[in-house]
Design a protein around this ligand. Structure first.
Ligand code: MG
Ligand code: MG
Length: 271
């Protein structure tokens, strides 16, 4: 995959701005997640997130993002076999046992935060519960490797090994990425790789790390709407993402809520 984009190192002041963007993004995800009940539509979840963005007077870089046609909404809402980039719709109603991945971005004072959670709608099967837990834990396993001097491959391998040792698969077709004034900057951060390989991480880099995990096969396809990515075998998928700063004091997660907790399902481990 050829993918070269600029890497920018952020100052302490710029990291503070990105932290503010991250707080708003976390609040938007939490609001959308709290809306994920049986009978709610995926448009309802998007509306809940948009209400938070509106409250802060910010916008999402997802809206009008270029593709086959401009992306229409502020979030992507992906249900069950939909891995990423699902388009919110008032016709898509959630049902008990569904899982729903909510991805949102915020531009605040010229800087972007990007994060995602997957939430369960009511009771889910044991396998799906394990899928969510493993995916979310793999995010923190990867974040622990976002340390100055480490290589991109150290992060990628940590995510891949954690997921595969637990019987699941990581996507090969979509990756994490640097983030800053642009939503997508360098370096690219795959969810698979070889420890010790790739670019070395430096303090001031800000990276959106985002494990996308599947059952049985890593293969995906894109639906006729030109955006929605689904597992090729139709089995459920999960996606969690944080924007993280590489600092001289270790990884700093920028997309936690103001009180330092995650809008996700598990507590943030000590890094
Ligand atoms: Mg995202
Ligand atoms: Mg991202």
């Amino acid at each position: 995959m050829s993918w070269e984009r600029q890497i920018t190192l952020k100052s302490a002041r710029e990291l503070e701005i990105m932290r503010q963007a991250g707080i708003i993004n976390a609040e938007a995800l939490a609001a959308a997640g709290e809306t994920a009940h049986p009978g709610a539509s995926t448009a309802d979840l998007n509306a809940a997130a948009e209400e938070v963005l509106k409250k802060y007077g910010v916008y999402s870089p997802f809206k009008n993002y270029p593709g086959a046609y401009p992306y229409p909404t502020s979030t992507t809402i992906s249900v069950n076999e939909e891995l990423v980039h699902g388009i919110p719709s008032s016709k898509r109603k959630l049902r008990e046992g569904d899982i729903v991945s909510i991805d949102c971005g915020v531009v605040y004072d010229g800087f972007v935060a990007d994060s995602a959670i997957t939430v369960a709608v009511g009771e889910v099967t044991e396998e799906v519960a394990k899928l969510l837990e493993v995916t979310e834990q793999s995010l923190y396993t990867g974040i622990a490797q976002l340390v100055a001097g480490n290589h991109v491959g150290d992060v990628s391998a940590a995510v891949q090994n954690f997921v595969e040792e637990r019987g699941f698969q990581v996507t090969r077709e979509y990756t994490g990425h640097g983030v800053g004034r642009q939503m997508h900057e360098g370096p690219q951060l795959p969810n698979y790789g070889i420890a010790g390989r790739g670019m070395q991480l430096r303090a001031g880099m800000t990276i959106a790390i985002e494990p996308m995990v599947l059952i049985g096969t890593p293969l995906t396809r894109v639906l006729a709407d030109q955006w929605t990515v689904v597992s090729r075998n139709g089995l459920p998928t999960a996606h969690y993402e944080h924007t993280v700063a590489v600092t001289d004091n270790g990884p700093q997660i920028l997309t936690l809520l103001a009180n330092g907790t995650s809008p996700g399902r598990i507590q943030v481990p000590q890094l």
